[in-house]
Design a protein around this ligand. Sequence first.
Ligand SMILES: CC(C)(COP(=O)(O)OP(=O)(O)OC[C@H]1O[C@@H](n2cnc3c(N)ncnc32)[C@H](O)[C@@H]1OP(=O)(O)O)[C@@H](O)C(=O)NCCC(=O)NCCS
Length: 123
Amino acid sequence: MWHACGLTRPWNDPRADLDQARAGATSTVLVARRAGVVVGTVMAGVDGHRGWVYYLGVQPGEQGRGLGSALLRAAEAWLGAHGARKVQLMVRTGNPVSGFYAGHGYAVQDCLVLGRWLEPAAG
Ligand SMILES: CC(C)(COP(=O)(O)OP(=O)(O)OC[C@H]1O[C@@H](n2cnc3c(N)ncnc32)[C@H](O)[C@@H]1OP(=O)(O)O)[C@@H](O)C(=O)NCCC(=O)NCCS
């Protein structure tokens, strides 16, 4: 489903991301099911300061029916219950989804997101 939603990238292993988020006490993956089949997901985690949302996606044939909104609200509730007071997320450049988030009260933040890969731990 994540592939169909365009959420995967060659440098990320979605299975490893899923397992890591589900294994942690401060992260989770919530799903929406129709007739037992997963048709939507959202990953949420608190980092000790903020809550973050990843992998929000709804199966293309199921979009536009409120599932994405319900998943986002569920993630916010989960994060709030786990101590987060602010929720943040990253939207890839070129993804036209900003309007969806704006409709849920999300605004562009006055900061630049930087990142770097860590080398695997030795031993
Ligand atoms: C973003 C996404 C999860 C929304 O899920 P959804 O189930 O279609 O959303 P909803 O049905 O709850 O839509 C809620 C509102 O957002 C609007 N909306 C949905 N997608 C939108 C978009 N791409 N741009 C602007 N508005 C959008 C809907 O029109 C609806 O507005 P309304 O309440 O005024 O009618 C879904 O489009 C998706 O899976 N996209 C591909 C994956 C992706 O890019 N995820 C975000 C990664 S940061």
